[in-house]
Design a protein around this ligand. Structure first.
Ligand code: ZN
Length: 300
């Protein structure tokens, strides 16, 4: 059943930026985070604690974490892929939540994070335990849940099985990520529905890339099936350095427009999101993929 309200996680500072060749200054990333808080985001994926040689754009993770605004009402998420990353993130007092990632196929796992699918799930379960013992929250994202760039279709039974095992570890939520943007709404509806049945009361978050222009339709399908939280990135920035051809995340302003006009509250202030997108366009020095920020305000 469709919800009357959902939560948006702003992922621009991490997933949005990680694939950008333009080096973005830490101060600009912090300004982006401040703007996200100003437009109403209360959960923000701020960076990842991964090998800086593999993702140079996020090599400033520690400096960024030190500069995060001191806000009790905002949850800052740090993405981590292994124990070492988790320890780096937990050493930073302002990182409230660890985001762990497991994958559905060995081919993608080896390229994305140097782990087989099983090892990636074991690492994610380990990360949840580390977060727990440090008194922080954590969540597990299942990457390539709607298809793999190397192995093609991924059986839904496999996704459901991974979701069950991930849920047993006790994260705050399970996320389904369409890392390469191949999902379509009928598949999203079925997957979200089956995974929700499998994980009981645990909320389901969704993460879509707009590689094939199905991102917004997929958000709607997921929310209609009861997904509680939606990832989005300001302006539609984004991509994945390890997934060929991956395009940006679904744009925050487009998601807010669609959901709010469709009767689903997001708690984000659309005009403030659009202002922030125009600022970000200046920082990036090129037009961003989002549509709503380029169109006239409606209703006026
Ligand atoms: Zn992504």
């Amino acid at each position: 059943m469709k919800r009357n309200s959902i939560e948006i996680v702003e992922v621009g500072p991490r997933d949005g930026l990680q694939n950008e060749s333009l080096a973005v200054a830490t101060a600009d990333k912090l300004a982006l985070i401040e703007r996200a808080i100003a437009y109403g985001a209360r959960r923000i994926e701020v960076t990842s604690f991964v090998n800086p040689k593999k993702v140079p754009q996020l090599a400033d993770a520690e400096d960024l974490a030190l500069g995060l605004p001191d806000r009790d009402d905002v949850t800052y998420i740090g993405l981590v892929l292994n124990r070492r990353g988790a320890e780096r993130a937990l050493a930073m007092g302002r990182i409230d939540e660890l985001g762990a990632v497991c994958v559905t196929s060995d081919s993608f796992g080896i390229r994305n994070q140097g782990q087989s699918a099983d090892d990636s799930l074991a690492a994610a379960i380990d990360i949840v335990a580390l977060a727990k013992s440090a008194g922080r929250s954590s969540q597990i994202t299942i990457a390539t849940a709607f298809g793999c760039p190397f192995e093609g279709e991924i059986a839904l039974t496999r996704v459901v099985e991974i979701a069950k095992r991930a849920a047993d570890a006790g994260p705050r939520e399970i996320a389904l990520a369409d890392t390469i943007g191949v999902g379509v709404p009928s598949q999203v509806a079925e997957t979200v529905g089956r995974v929700r049945e499998a994980v009981g009361d645990l909320p389901v978050r969704v993460h879509f890339h707009n590689t094939r222009n199905t991102g917004l339709a997929n958000v709607w399908a997921a929310v209609a099936e009861g997904a509680a939280t939606v990832d989005a990135s300001l302006g539609g920035l984004g991509g994945c350095p390890f997934a060929p051809g991956a395009a940006g995340n679904v744009p925050t302003e487009d998601v807010v427009y669609m959901l709010e006009r469709g009767g689903v509250a997001t708690r984000l202030d659309l005009s403030a999101v659009i202002d922030a997108a125009s600022w970000l366009t200046g920082v990036m020095g090129r037009p961003l993929p989002a549509m709503v920020s380029k169109a006239p305000i409606f209703p006026g």
